[in-house]
Design a protein around this ligand. Structure first.
Ligand code: WT7
Length: 647
């Protein structure tokens, strides 16, 4: 099949930070002499004490360990703030756009941000938070979320952001797991004109978390929420009493920076731990090269700070690079589907980084919503979170970018800290749907199921052969689980969980997860998590969850549910279960289809044959494979005959 190729536009080839020749040379050098390469790249960070040791890394059981720049010291908030004060103190650091366009935007300069961070850092210290202590952040997209992150980094506290769309239950689980004593929130969140009761959610979660002694509450919508005496503090009043000076702590490169929970194929969400030095180098470097970023350019990453994209590409990467970073509280289709592009025009956004799921939803609304805006400031577009289908790519390129903006399709994961495989706008010819080529220091490889290396063009399991600075260091509280999850499937390699095809040009095409993880609207969900929420319902005996193709979300959630013997499943129960899962996990886990099944396909030893359920989920039932080992093959016929369709 002939692939359309979009060569690097001439203007980009000339002016870019990295051109095709530079990319090839530096990528080769980064693999041939990693120590030399990273010694130089790490110079982008202001180290307090320079490192002498570049890396001590092994993916093998005998000497397993991942340490970068380990004898160096630094402070990330100083790299994101203090270092800019002399040269760009009055430049806007955060450009905040509210949910409702009728309300005013906020422009916070580097100097103002520095002051707010210092004050909040002092408040945290006054509440007894110090180096290594965990701070749970349950905040919507308000500038104070960035203030809180940077304040933690300033004093060496470890933040754990919980997406403000998660339920009280999910919040409580994450507070318990990392044993934080302090939670930051707002009275309410605001998204698409709807209020989200964040403080009430915290109150509900904390009935389970008696160790939490401080809740700092930002008055955002002004709803008068009940405050618990001695525990709850009003953000603005408390901050006003603090000094505007706070010296940054000298942190070791391997001191923890943040925990971010993410779903895996089994068990509870894992607390992915990133550390200070390597993450700083990686977030800053990838942000600069992938977006060809020059200080002062208006840049907008539309991700929420509750996900890793928000950490690395709304806050840390851009601010380390002296950016004006746009922070958007709202949603793409409120008040109408022009919103993204209106904000682009309002602020003169040059670089826009978004998710395919939002593009697909907007695409469906028609081109007029885009065309009535100018977008002449746009120079570069980015995509992240899931494979971008060719139709959405073409629409993004032709309609949004009017054929003039390269699209960087960035493949990476919570675990990788930053972008791993992506075009560079001045270096890489584009193929729609391909994340193309690896970032410096990244050596992707394809293995087949028995671990044989696939050379040249082919398809297999995507692994990374060696460590990179932004790699996660452990699963919080469970180092063994870290090793087991990522380094035992293929000995000596980091296993990504993704499938991938490599074409004759060495371009990478991510084919999606090959484990029991599904990608719903760019959000990662463990099927096991949704299953355990379902079976917690008193009427449910058993549940199995798989992905299904979904026009907007990429993947939808398809749940097979077996009820207890005395239960007559009906539509009312279906609705009840959907509400139940939303309450247990959050709206992002809402099942799209629930099929009641008297039995699930199991082997004689009682193991559910997920392969068959996945095929039914994909509506690809022509070839279900071998069903002869099933205890009761007729179960499959029943499932097929009763497959519901999406409304
Ligand atoms: C999974 C990681 C990347 C940060 C946000 C999501 C999928 C991510 C792409 C892409 C194809 C992609 C992968 C990956 N994914 N980006 N450009 N093309 N697939 O982080 O929640 O940790 O999810 O998202 O399956 O493993 P995450």
């Amino acid at each position: 099949m002939a692939q359309p190729l979009y060569p690097v536009p001439e203007a980009w080839a000339e002016g870019a930070l990295i051109d095709a020749e530079g990319y090839a040379r530096r990528h080769a050098a980064s693999l041939a002499d990693p120590d030399g390469f990273w010694r130089e790249e790490a110079g982008r960070i202001d180290w307090i004490k320079p490192f002498t040791q570049v890396r001590t890394t092994s993916f093998h059981e005998a000497d397993f360990g991942i340490r970068w720049f380990e004898d160096g010291t630094l402070n990330l908030s100083a790299n994101a703030l203090d270092r800019h004060l002399a040269t760009r103190g009055d430049q806007v650091a955060i450009l905040w756009e509210p949910d409702d366009p009728a309300n005013p935007e906020r422009r916070i300069t580097y100097r103002e941000l520095h002051e707010q961070v210092c004050r909040f850092a002092n408040l945290l210290k006054q509440r007894g938070v110090g180096r290594g202590d965990r701070v749970t952040i349950y905040l919507p997209m308000v500038p104070e979320a960035a203030v809180a992150m940077l304040a933690c980094a300033r004093i060496g506290a470890v933040h754990s952001i919980v997406f403000a769309g998660f339920s009280p239950d999910a919040l409580a689980g994450r507070i318990e797991d990392c044993e934080s004593r302090i939670v930051l929130t707002t009275d309410e969140g605001l998204r698409g004109g709807k209020k989200v009761p964040l403080k009430a959610n915290v109150d509900e979660a904390l009935t389970r978390c008696p160790a939490v002694d401080t809740v700092i509450v930002l008055a955002h919508t002004g709803a008068g929420v009940p405050m618990v005496e001695g525990r709850d503090i009003d953000w603005a009043a408390a901050v006003a009493r603090q000094s505007a000076e706070c010296a940054p702590e000298e942190m070791g490169a391997e001191d923890p920076l943040f925990i971010l929970y993410t779903s895996g194929s089994t068990g509870k969400p894992k607390g992915v731990l990133h550390t200070t030095g390597g993450y700083s180098v990686w977030a800053s470097m990838t942000h600069q090269y992938v977006f060809d970023y020059r200080p002062g350019q208006i840049y907008w990453c539309a991700a929420d700070i509750g996900w890793v994209t928000g950490h690395s590409y709304v806050v840390y990467g851009p601010l380390m690079n002296g950016a004006t970073t746009v922070m958007f509280e709202g949603v793409p289709n409120f008040p109408d589907p022009s919103r993204f592009w209106q904000v682009v025009d309002k602020f003169g956004v040059e670089i826009f980084y978004g998710a395919p799921t939002a593009l697909r939803a907007l695409m469906r609304e028609g081109d007029e919503w885009v065309k009535k805006t100018s977008r002449k400031s746009l120079r570069l577009l980015g995509s992240v979170g899931e494979p971008i289908n060719p139709e959405a790519w073409a629409w993004y390129y032709d309609v949004v970018g009017e054929g003039r903006c390269p699209i960087v399709d960035t493949w990476w994961q919570t675990e990788t800290g930053g972008v791993m495989i992506s075009p560079l706008p001045g270096a890489t010819d584009l193929k729609p749907g391909s994340a193309t080529l690896p970032m410096f220091g990244v050596k992707p490889m394809l293995l087949d199921n028995d671990g044989t290396v696939i050379e040249g063009p082919g398809e297999g399991c995507l692994v990374i052969a060696d460590s990179w600075p932004g790699q996660m260091r452990t699963v919080w509280g469970d180092h063994e689980r870290f090793f087991q999850t990522y380094f035992t499937t293929f000995k000596g390699y980091y296993f990504t969980g993704d499938g991938c095809r490599r074409d004759a040009d060495g371009y990478h095409w991510i084919t999606g997860r090959i484990d029991d993880v599904i990608n719903v609207s760019g959000h990662r969900m463990g099927t096991a998590e949704i299953e355990s929420a379902l079976v917690a319902h008193p009427k449910v005996a058993e549940a199995a969850v798989v992905g299904m193709p979904h026009e907007i979300k990429g993947q939808g959630i398809y749940a097979f549910v077996t009820c207890n013997a005395e239960v007559e499943p009906d539509d009312a129960l279906r609705k009840e279960l959907i509400q139940w899962v939303r309450h247990e996990i959050g709206p992002i886990a809402t099942p799209d289809l629930i099929q009641f099944a008297p039995g699930l396909p199991k082997t004689r030893s009682g193991k559910i044959m997920r392969r068959i359920l996945r095929k039914i989920g994909e509506n690809d039932t022509s070839n279900l494979g071998d069903t002869s080992t099933l205890a009761d093959p007729s179960v499959v016929d029943h499932l097929l005959a009763n497959r519901p369709q999406l409304a």
